[in-house]
Design a protein around this ligand. Structure first.
Ligand SMILES: [Zn+2]
Length: 274
C-alpha cells in the first residue's frame, strides 16, 4: 500500500492515519451549536475528527510527526503502527518522532499496554516548554485533566528519557524548525520544513475541526487549556501559512491532511492539495 504523499521541494511527506475520533459538536465553544453542526455537516451532533501522522525520510533518517493514540481512546484509533508496516516501515526503523504536543491522541501511541516503547530506536523531539509543563509535579490547584495527562506523559516518555531531545523555539533540528503556537497546550508546536523554495508546516492542533475553525478561527474547543491564547495562535499560524504559501498538514484536517490555507477576507479557507 502506498500512503498518500505530498512533495515539498525534494522531500516526500507521507500521510499516515491513526484512525478517527468520534466526538460531539458540544466541544466547540464561541459559536452557536446549530451553526457549528451545520458547518461540520452533522445531523445528530456527532463529529468525526481524523487523527493524522506524517512520515518524512530525509538524510538517512526516518522521521515521524506524532505517534497516535495507541489503544487508549477509541477502537477506531491506534492504527498508526499497522499503517506504517503496510507502507513498508517497521516501527523499529523510525529514528525520530517530532511531537506537536503531549495530548493522548498524539502521544499515547508511544508505548504499549505495558509501558514499553513502540518505537525502540526512536529519539523523541519535543519543545522544552511542552516537556516541562507535562513532566512537572502536580500542584493541588491544577485541573484534573492536567493531572491525568501529566501522569500519562510520564508513562509515555519514561522509556525514552535517555533519548528525548528538548528544543527551543526556532532551534532547527534535522531541517525542521519548531514554531511555538501555545494555547491548546502551553508548548504546542508546529514543525516547519523547508526544501528549496518550498515550505511545509505540520501545524498539529491549530485546528481540530477544519470545517469550522479555518473559516471561523474564533471558534475554540473545550480541549484547549487556554482558549484565548489558542485563538491567537490559530490566527497567527493560519496567517503565516497563507502569506508564505506553505503547504500544510494538520493532525485533524480531513485525511490525509495536506493542503494550503488561503486568505478569505478577514478569515481563511482550506484548499486540499492535489
Ligand atoms: Zn489532537
Amino acid at each position: 500500500m502506498t500512503a498518500p504523499s505530498m512533495r515539498v521541494g525534494d522531500v516526500d511527506v507521507q500521510g499516515l492515519s491513526d484512525g478517527v475520533l468520534k466526538t460531539s459538536v458540544d466541544v466547540v465553544t464561541g459559536m452557536d451549536q446549530a451553526q457549528a453542526a451545520q458547518l461540520a455537516g452533522s445531523d445528530d451532533g456527532s463529529v468525526f475528527i481524523p487523527v493524522n501522522n506524517f512520515l518524512i525520510r530525509r538524510g538517512g533518517k526516518v522521521i515521524l510527526i506524532d505517534a497516535g493514540a495507541g489503544n487508549t481512546m477509541q477502537p477506531t484509533l491506534g492504527k498508526l503502527p499497522a499503517n506504517l508496516r503496510a507502507g513498508g516501515v517497521e516501527p523499529g526503523a523510525v529514528t525520530h518522532i517530532l511531537m506537536t504536543h503531549m495530548h493522548p491522541d498524539h502521544a499515547n501511541g508511544l508505548v504499549d499496554d505495558s509501558g514499553n516503547p513502540h518505537y525502540p530506536n526512536a529519539e523523541i523531539v519535543v519543545h522544552e516548554t511542552e516537556a516541562d509543563f507535562w513532566m512537572r509535579p502536580d500542584l493541588a490547584n491544577h485541573e484534573d485533566r492536567v493531572k491525568g495527562n501529566r501522569a500519562r506523559t510520564k508513562t509515555n516518555l519514561t522509556p525514552y528519557l535517555d533519548r528525548t531531545r528538548r528544543v527551543r523555539d526556532g532551534e532547527e533540528f534535522l531541517g525542521f524548525i519548531p514554531v511555538l503556537a501555545p494555547g491548546h497546550t502551553p508548548g504546542h508546536t508546529c514543525w516547519l520544513l523547508t526544501s528549496g523554495s518550498s515550505g511545509f508546516l505540520a501545524f498539529g492542533d491549530v485546528v481540530h475541526l477544519s470545517a469550522i475553525q479555518i473559516s471561523h478561527p474564533d471558534a475554540a474547543v473545550t480541549y484547549d487549556l487556554d482558549k484565548d491564547l489558542a485563538i491567537k495562535s490559530r490566527k497567527r499560524i493560519l496567517d503565516m501559512a497563507s502569506t508564505e504559501r506553505f503547504a500544510i498538514a494538520g493532525a485533524h484536517v480531513k485525511a490525509p491532511g495536506f493542503g494550503y490555507v488561503v486568505r478569505n477576507g478577514a478569515s481563511f479557507a482550506f484548499e486540499p492539495a492535489g
